[in-house]
Design a protein around this ligand. Structure first.
Ligand code: C2E
Ligand code: CA
Ligand code: CA
Length: 556
């Protein structure tokens, strides 16, 4: 062993397996090779196969004699070909001179090269080095090209290959199909890596077999695949459903997004992004597994890009305005509070709804700036009500999960409210359970601090999606807001039992209740009879501009 390799530097010697029954020949080969290679020997084909199996990971080459007892070279080659991993190790066959037939047979059985006995040192070393070099180059190319697990192209190569296909056939029509497994992370945790790898492998292979007109298929993310295919009209649903049947994990759902007529002017990565945007829109929706990218999504995306580019300036320019939606107090029949809701009057887009801009601001880290701006405006409005001689009502602001990452959130809120000389009991903070689930301890601590300082905390959207009773136990709260979806559903089914149970639960925990999104007299009556405290919804009022709200408050 050289000094270098002893210290772990320099390349380790490559290993060669010599399969040869003739002892003299074997020793001869060993002597030739031993300076440059680690040599493993086998005295017949059977032992040779065993050693090949045992050392397949480290073997760079097999030198194989043809005529041996027990299992000859032909049989060795035949059995090696049956196992993909074994077939990966190249074989040079050593043959007697003038046996062209043997050479041809061996090459047909997958041998890579041959050398003729008696051995010529130069020839044999050159052929060995060439074969090893070829195989290692191919393996590097493979690593650059293929995803080992799924045998699809890797992302970079998929993009490159697809782009070539698009440019070389500008008149042909192509579609891009991307797939994503729903809740893959959850399955990974639950079933383990091995099973999930099986799943990915099966899905990739099913898709390869079932999709008609595949030009290229790639793994573009952990559980995301992409296929460039020849264009075909609808009918994809059945094909894709067929491809996702009988997967390793029962009940798993695979969603697909399709971009039709991908042209070479659209970058392939962008086509994939769009397919994934379409796919995202049907996330969690049962029964719908295929979605197409369309004009509406395209418009949405353009709006999102404009939002992204202009939000920072908009915050500076105070383009956001606050609308106020009253909460009706069922006991007193008067206005018992108000929620501050952000609106963006955009110089280019006009009126933008928070459903559009809040998620973008959250993703980009601007949401806390907005929330603190709304807080400031809300306090200013409370001050203004006082100046107008109107009875002040508590105003609630919405807090995003990200707000709680700000270390001095509570101090900032306190300083703002105190700056306007407003009583702490007049400020409520609404937060959703999703905010709580991100970092329960930090959120619970901040809420406790807020309550200790005399502010009120409202749990928003109770009953929407992921309500967990655990959070009710742990969170310091004053108010439960029932999400409008459970009110809507109760009305549709004419069954208010769930709503009733939620109100009773709140009462049990000493929380007051606000029902959101109430639109009809009937809903008001039902909620009143169940002991609900406050009602917020179009039935009483839509969110109002500040001067409209002031007029409303004067009246109610
Ligand atoms: P949210 O906090 O649940 O607000 C209630 C939403 O329901 C408001 O939509 C309101 O206009 C609407 N709504 C109220 N009554 C009714 C009704 O009777 N029927 C119907 N169909 N809808 C009703 P909006 O203003 O579009 O706000 C959407 C969401 O955006 C809010 O949901 C809130 O999560 C978020 N948001 C709004 N302003 C802010 C803000 O300043 N900061 C943060 N972080 N989020 C905000
Ligand atoms: Ca709210
Ligand atoms: Ca809500």
């Amino acid at each position: 062993m050289s000094d270098d390799s002893m210290h772990g530097f320099g390349p380790a010697k490559r290993s060669i397996l010599v399969v040869e029954d003739n002892e003299i020949n074997r020793d001869l080969l060993c002597a030739l090779l031993v300076d440059d290679f680690e040599v493993i020997t086998a005295e017949n084909g059977l032992v040779g196969l065993e050693k090949l199996r045992e050392h397949q990971e480290i073997l760079s080459l097999v030198l194989l004699d043809v005529y041996m007892p027990q299992c000859d070279g032909f049989e060795f080659l035949r059995r090696r070909a049956e196992d993909e991993a074994l077939a990966n190790v190249p074989v040079i066959v050593t043959t007697a001179s003038d046996s062209l037939d043997d050479e041809i047979r061996c090459l047909q059985l997958g041998a890579n090269d041959f050398v003729v006995k008696p051995y010529n040192a130069d020839i044999i070393m050159n052929r060995i080095n060439n074969t090893i070099h070829l195989r290692e180059t191919a393996s590097i190319v493979n690593q650059l090209t293929w995803d080992d697990l799924t045998k699809l192209f890797n992302k970079e190569f998929f993009y490159r290959h697809s782009e070539d296909a698009l440019t070389s056939a500008p008149d042909k029509r192509f579609d891009m199909i991307c797939s994503n497994i729903e809740n893959f992370k959850h399955y990974n945790d639950r079933y383990g890596r091995a099973t999930c790898n099986d799943l990915l492998r099966d899905l990739a292979s099913n898709l390869k077999q079932t999709l008609p007109g595949i030009v290229a298929g790639g793994r573009i993310g952990g559980d995301k695949f992409a296929f460039l295919v020849s264009h075909r009209g609808r009918g994809w649903e059945q094909i894709l459903e067929e491809a996702t049947k009988d997967l390793a994990i029962p009940g798993i759902r695979v969603k697909f997004g399709i971009v039709e007529d991908v042209s070479h002017s659209l970058a392939v990565s962008l086509a994939c992004d769009r397919a994934l945007i379409a796919l995202d829109k049907i996330k969690g929706r049962r029964g719908t597994n295929v979605a197409w990218y369309n004009d509406e999504l395209h418009q949405q995306q353009i709006v999102e890009e404009i939002i992204l580019e202009t939000m920072e300036q908009a915050l500076k320019d105070r383009q956001f305005v606050v609308y106020y939606q009253p909460k009706h107090d069922l006991r007193t029949g008067r206005t018992g509070g108000v929620e501050a809701l952000a609106r963006w009057i955009h110089p280019e887009l006009g009126f933008v709804s928070p459903a559009q801009f809040i998620p973008v601001l959250e993703r980009q880290g601007y949401i806390t700036q907005l929330d603190m701006y709304i807080l400031d405006e809300a306090c200013r409005e409370l001050k203004h009500l006082e100046e107008l001689g109107l009875r002040p009502v508590p105003v609630s602001i919405n807090a995003s999960a990200y707000d709680f990452d700000v270390p001095n959130l509570v101090q900032h809120i306190t300083r703002t409210v105190d700056g306007y000389g407003i009583d702490h009991s007049l400020l409520h903070v609404e937060l959703t359970e999703t905010a709580y689930s991100e970092d329960p301890e930090t959120v619970a601590r901040a809420l406790k601090d807020l309550r200790d300082l005399g502010f009120c905390v409202e749990l928003d959207d109770f009953g929407a999606g992921y309500s967990s009773l655990a959070s009710l136990n742990v969170l310091p709260l004053d108010v439960m807001k029932l999400d409008m979806s459970i009110i809507r559903q109760a009305t549709a089914l004419n069954d208010f039992r769930i709503v009733h149970a939620a109100i009773q639960l709140a009462q049990l925990l000493g929380l007051s209740t606000v029902a959101e999104g109430v639109e009809s007299q009937e809903e008001v009556e039902q909620l009143k009879s169940m002991g609900c405290d406050y009602i917020q919804g179009y039935y009483f009022s839509k969110p109002l501009r500040s001067n409209e709200f002031e007029a409303y408050l004067a009246e109610h």
